[in-house]
Design a protein around this ligand. Structure first.
Ligand code: C2E
Ligand code: MG
Ligand code: MG
Ligand code: MG
Length: 281
């Protein structure tokens, strides 16, 4: 704890390697206790159906409310949680918490939860998902688990886990599509329910013809395979119009809403019938 100030400083001035390493080490120590200290929280970002303009689901995104450093984004601590194995317990907590939260939403609103490849490999994910559904009472058909393209390189155990989850009625979603190693044929092989186009492509839509071509191709292929497509990271109306023209049916991004704590979420799904949160034209 005495290092708190130094740690904060290390983040601002990343001068010496020592400071950075020490910072990582301190963060790792704190991470070990963060779960029992109840320092994690979930924020939720809506997914919008572009045809009806209704909110059709929320993605749970974990944050770490560090006592000294404030709110820490997942990109900063998920890799650390994966290296240390903490991700398994953290992932179980996320599933349980999110499933419980989702029970307060209308039945047609889906819940998306991100999975780490480490969770899939480790073997307890099936039991963790089952436990979350059981303890919350959430229908498995309302749960979507998001995995990245790295699962395609994963071993038989990960693939079997995905297959079991699917047989339980849970939807498996391919997240950040286009950033990894996926060949298009995997899309058909792995029978994903949905793919999410990485926001890198979305950001470049208005300026890069190649991004437009790629998004168009992904959307067409997904339609052929009967897989739903969500565009991630939609920030502008211009991007939205291009996506609609390309036949994209679902979107998520700051243009609609940022991830917010659970208390603000009810307002979000109410917004599907009220004009307030609808995209302003
Ligand atoms: P992701 O699953 O691809 O989540 C989307 C990320 O994009 C989120 O960042 C979200 O806040 C951000 N985002 C959404 N709309 C926009 C936009 O319009 N513009 C921009 N610039 N960003 C947008 P976040 O919350 O920082 O999460 C980052 C990543 O951390 C997630 O990427 C996911 O891979 C991982 N993550 C988050 N929560 C969990 C979790 O509970 N478990 C695991 N294993 N990973 C998680
Ligand atoms: Mg995701
Ligand atoms: Mg994503
Ligand atoms: Mg991502």
């Amino acid at each position: 704890r005495a290092k708190a100030a130094g740690r904060g400083t290390a983040i601002v001035f990343e001068e010496g390697m020592d400071m950075v390493v020490q910072d990582q080490h301190a963060l790792e120590m704190d991470l070990k206790f963060a779960l029992q200290r109840q320092e994690f929280e979930l924020h939720y970002q809506p997914v919008v159906n572009l045809t009806t303009k209704a909110v059709c689901g929320f993605e749970a995104l974990v944050r770490w409310r560090h006592p000294q450093l404030g709110l820490i984004a997942p990109n900063r601590f998920i890799p650390l949680a994966e290296e240390t194995g903490i991700i398994v317990a953290l992932g179980e907590w996320v599933l349980k918490r999110a499933a419980k939260d989702a029970m307060a939403w209308p039945d047609q609103i889906k819940l998306a939860v991100n999975l780490s490849p480490v969770q899939l490999r480790q073997g307890s994910i099936v039991e963790a998902a089952a436990a979350a559904l059981r303890s919350s009472g959430l229908a498995s058909s309302r749960l979507e688990l998001e995995v990245t393209e790295s699962v395609m390189l994963a071993g038989a155990q990960s693939r079997e886990a995905l297959e079991t989850l699917r047989s339980m009625g849970i939807a498996i979603v391919l997240d950040d599509f286009g950033t990894g190693y996926a060949s298009l044929s995997y899309l058909a092989d792995m029978s994903f329910s949905k793919i999410k186009i990485d926001r890198g492509f979305i950001a470049h839509l208005p300026t890069h013809a190649t991004s437009r071509a790629i998004v168009g191709a992904i959307t067409n292929l997904a339609r052929e395979l009967d897989i739903e497509v969500t565009a991630e990271g939609v920030e502008t109306e211009e991007q939205l119009l291009i996506l609609k023209a390309a036949g994209c049916t679902h979107a998520q991004g700051y243009y609609f809403a940022r991830p917010k704590p659970i208390d603000d979420v009810e307002c979000e799904w109410n917004a599907s019938v009220k004009p307030a949160v609808r995209p302003t034209q």
